[in-house]
Design a protein around this ligand. Structure first.
Ligand SMILES: C[S@@+](CC[C@H](N)C(=O)[O-])C[C@H]1O[C@@H](n2cnc3c(N)ncnc32)[C@H](O)[C@@H]1O
Length: 443
């Protein structure tokens, strides 16, 4: 009798925990949709499972349930890649998508689904049974690839990676702009980066602090604290001692930065994100150094334009491609008219687009939420002898009340943070109807 009661209470407890898990996932999902819009994988799910079935699952409120084959090893064939680079397969019952990192379309793989997300299961790759023609494992250039969550595509030749990225842009137009196939804009080939390794001028490894250190109970028995990036299968931080996509300067500094944190680990109250920024020490220097202080100023030269910016603020991370992006914008027919042309750089950071493009325009104006970046943008204008640029600190949409440029002579550059533009910004942009829009997406 007693044993049966214990069994019932354990079952009740686990049902309660499951309800809590689903409530919390549902809340997080709603919050994320409100902030970032629907996740791209949802559109793959709709195509793979079918709209009717998705509607059925949503109506029954079971979209987060741990359905079969959760926690069972099985063999699946990958149908496609998600926008984030995971291989996607359909579950045997056809009611869930299974997301498998480091797998490619056409590959048959043994997988272990371990977590239930909304309408899909996250799975670990156990074994690859067949290989895609696209796969070139000899191209992988990192000892952590396949474990670290930082890179997804190293086993794919770069030309094919560019094709995949073009597809992501096409799908973004199709799914988010809600345009019919017939009027979808043609997406041109993706411009490759001159450097595909050793290009990142910023790395931000992080660490979590074990509770014994947080609570001060560790004494001399300090556990090892991994400093690096998230392990794709466990979600826990793994040690990263080198990162081949980081610049040589950053990689040279990484061991010392890690060691100095470990030496002081007891002084931290919580985990932290570590900044390593490759910067010129000054504009005459020929070699860069690493800056770790968020409040320090970093220096960069793009073409002939000099930039100082706060180390903790945004600056494009791939030094090799910035001049090509600027050149590409210059090649578009934005300022050849007889009438004076104007440029508005929204989300302007320390003035990258406004200042590199200023010589082509009658006037340029930039807006940016970070006051420290705007201070730098103003100083950068002075530093480069640019006198036709004004900068405003504030929300991007504030710029519309502050400019009086004729819309038909105005180009707007939009380079928002990862989550994109606010609705208010879009509304005002649409109302302005500028002659040209240049959109630079970090997503
Ligand atoms: C992707 S960065 C682009 C910066 C700059 N264009 C560059 O290339 O260096 C996006 C910038 O938008 C800024 N930002 C974020 N939210 C904003 C908002 N609501 N209004 C204006 N700027 C914002 C961030 O501080 C960041 O500097």
């Amino acid at each position: 009798m007693q044993r049966r009661e214990n069994g019932n209470s354990a079952r009740n407890n686990s049902a309660k925990l499951e309800r809590k898990r689903i409530q919390s996932l549902r809340k997080n999902y709603e919050r994320s949709v409100a902030k970032n819009g629907e996740p791209p994988i949802l559109y793959d799910i709709h195509e793979m499972i079918g709209k009717d079935k998705v509607d059925q699952i949503l109506t029954s409120g079971t979209e987060f349930d741990r359905v079969s084959p959760i926690n069972e090893e099985l063999t699946v064939t990958i149908d496609r890649l998600s926008a984030h680079g995971d291989g996607l397969a359909l579950s045997p019952a056809g009611d869930r998508v299974i997301a498998v990192p480091f797998s490619l379309p056409g590959e048959t793989v043994r997988v272990y689904p371990y977590a239930a997300e909304r309408l899909y299961l996250k799975a670990r790759l156990v074994e690859r049974l067949t290989s895609s023609d696209m796969r070139r494992d000899d191209l992988v250039n990192c000892r952590y690839f396949g474990t670290c969550g930082g890179c997804q595509y190293q086993m794919i030749p770069y030309e094919q990676q560019l094709e995949l990225k073009k597809r992501v842009v096409h799908n973004a137009f199709k799914n988010y702009a809600k345009l019919q196939e017939g009027i979808l804009p043609e997406v041109l080939p993706t411009m490759g980066s001159p450097a595909t390794m050793a290009y990142r001028t910023k790395l931000t490894p992080h660490f979590d602090l074990p509770s014994s250190i947080r609570k001060g109970t560790a004494g001399d028995d300090i556990p090892h604290v991994p400093i690096g990036f998230d392990n794709v299968a466990t979600g826990r931080v793994m040690d990263i001692e080198e990162c081949p996509i980081g610049t040589p300067t950053i990689n040279a500094a990484l061991p010392q930065v890690r060691a100095s944190i470990l030496e002081r680990i007891k002084t931290y109250k919580n985990g932290a994100t570590v900044l390593l920024r490759d910067s010129l020490p000054d504009f005459d220097a020929s070699e860069s150094v690493v800056v770790t202080d968020h409040k320090a100023t970093v220096h960069e030269i793009v073409g002939k334009t000099k930039f100082s910016s706060p180390a903790g603020a945004f600056f494009q991370n791939n030094r090799s491609i910035i001049p090509l992006v600027i050149e590409y914008i210059e090649q578009q027919d934005l300022f050849s008219s007889d009438k004076p042309q104007y440029l508005v750089d929204t989300y302007c950071g320390s003035g990258l687009f406004a200042l590199t493009l200023a010589p082509h325009f009658h006037e340029v104006a930039g807006v940016e939420i970070s006051a420290a970046s705007i201070e730098c943008a103003k100083k950068n204008a002075e530093l480069n002898g640019i006198t036709n640029a004004t900068f405003l600190a504030g929300n991007a949409e504030n710029i519309f009340a502050n400019i009086s440029y004729p819309p038909e002579q105005t180009t707007v550059v939009i380079d928002p943070p990862r989550r994109g533009c606010d609705d208010e910004f879009i509304k005002q942009l649409v109302a302005l109807r500028p002659a040209n829009i240049v959109y630079d997406s970090s997503a």
